[in-house]
Ligand binder design. Structure first.
Ligand code: PMV
Length: 359
């Protein structure tokens, strides 16, 4: 592990004012990260599809000031000051300060908006933090013109990870692996890397429809959830299983074994929820409609010889995954049979994307 590579040397560059805007995506894990040690070092490797339509757009305006002791920033969300997000972002800046000492030389005005509805149960920390990380790296590139785009992506992922683990997987696409793994060259606990192998055509442009079953506040914060894995009776087996699933999915993605994909992805989703069912305190994050949807998907798959499947985050919403070739049929299925189980019949049609974009 080498965090020193991310500490910049002093610079003589003098940038007085600059504004950068980045659009960064959300992601959905196929093999889940659940359990960590300090500073978001994952207990197992995870892999995710980068999404395309669910994203955050963030601008950061940097204006040079006399060096300050506490990071100086204003935060606007959808054009309005957003006090309740300030502590989380202040904590993020505290965690990355050692790696971005130049933030003390600037007043930062952060303007952010999400493409998906706020409080939709879709985690905005991954796209939100990766967007700020990319804006910081744009400033760093001005201050240190010699840094490469590979370094920029790695460090942005490293910084985002310090804010929220899964955010490390929201810089690149279409598939990102985070966590050191014997089968994935260059993989690291410190940052996400693009899946380095061939991806079978069946997994190109993969579709994800996010069914908004419950838009309420998260019942378990990620921090509490990850901590529950410390005393969990099944934790060590789970970490082992996840790492074995990374080996399996690596082969599946390259060979196009979609039946095996369906089985592994659904098993991962249910295992994540099983971990919560078996922790103490225990939680049930699925809602009755989550189960209705899962059963409908299973029924549909059997009846239509389909490859549609589901995955879940740490909440009640259902991500419906399917190959592009089934797009028309599954949209019809969702509209006629699944939307009734969503709050206000709301769902978001998304697909796999390629990662952060400078605007
Ligand atoms: O990034 P965090 O600390 O919010 O953890 C999120 C973990 C899951 O979304 C439940 C799974 C994953 O790998 O994204």
């Amino acid at each position: 592990m080498n965090t020193a590579q991310f500490i910049p040397k002093s610079t003589t560059s003098n940038i007085k004012e600059a504004t950068f805007t980045w659009k960064t995506p959300s992601n959905i894990a196929l093999v889940k990260y659940w359990g960590k040690s300090n500073s978001q070092i994952p207990k197992n490797t995870s892999i995710s599809f980068t999404l395309n339509n669910c994203h955050t757009i963030t601008s950061v305006k940097f204006s040079k000031i006399d060096t300050v002791a506490t990071v100086n920033f204003d935060l606007f969300f959808e054009g309005k000051p957003k006090e309740e997000f300030t502590p989380k972002i202040a904590e993020f800046f505290k965690r990355i300060a050692n790696y971005c000492p130049y933030i003390f030389d600037y007043k930062m005005v952060i303007d952010s908006e999400n493409s998906f509805p706020h409080s939709s149960g879709i985690a905005s920390s991954a796209s939100g933090l990766s967007a700020i990380a990319m804006c910081l790296m744009s400033l760093e590139k001005e201050l240190y013109p010699e840094i490469t785009s590979d370094f920029i992506n790695k460090k942005a992922s490293f910084l985002a990870r310090l804010g929220s683990g899964s955010a490390s997987r929201s810089i690149e696409g279409p598939l990102v692996v985070w966590g050191n793994h014997k089968d994935i060259p260059e993989s690291s606990d410190l940052y996400g890397v693009r899946f380095p192998f061939k991806i079978h055509t069946i997994f190109k442009n993969y579709q994800d429809a996010i069914l908004l079953v419950d838009k309420g506040e998260k019942q378990v914060s990620s921090t509490v959830g990850h901590n529950l894995m410390h005393q969990h009776p099944y934790a060590s087996n789970r970490f082992l299983q996840a790492n074995q699933n990374i080996s399996k999915i690596t082969k599946i993605l390259s060979e196009g074994d979609i039946k095996a994909f369906v089985n592994l992805v659904e098993s991962e989703a249910l295992t994540l929820h099983a971990m919560m069912l078996m922790s103490n305190p225990y939680f049930i994050l699925m809602k009755p409609n989550t189960l209705e949807i899962i059963n409908k998907i299973w029924e549909y798959r059997a009846q239509h010889n389909s490859n549609v499947c589901f995955t879940l985050d740490a909440g009640a919403n259902v991500h419906v995954l399917f190959p592009e070739s089934e797009k028309k049929a599954i949209h019809k299925f969702i509209d006629s049979e699944l939307a009734v189980f969503c709050q206000h019949k709301q769902y978001i049609l998304d697909e796999v994307g390629l990662g952060a974009e400078s605007l």
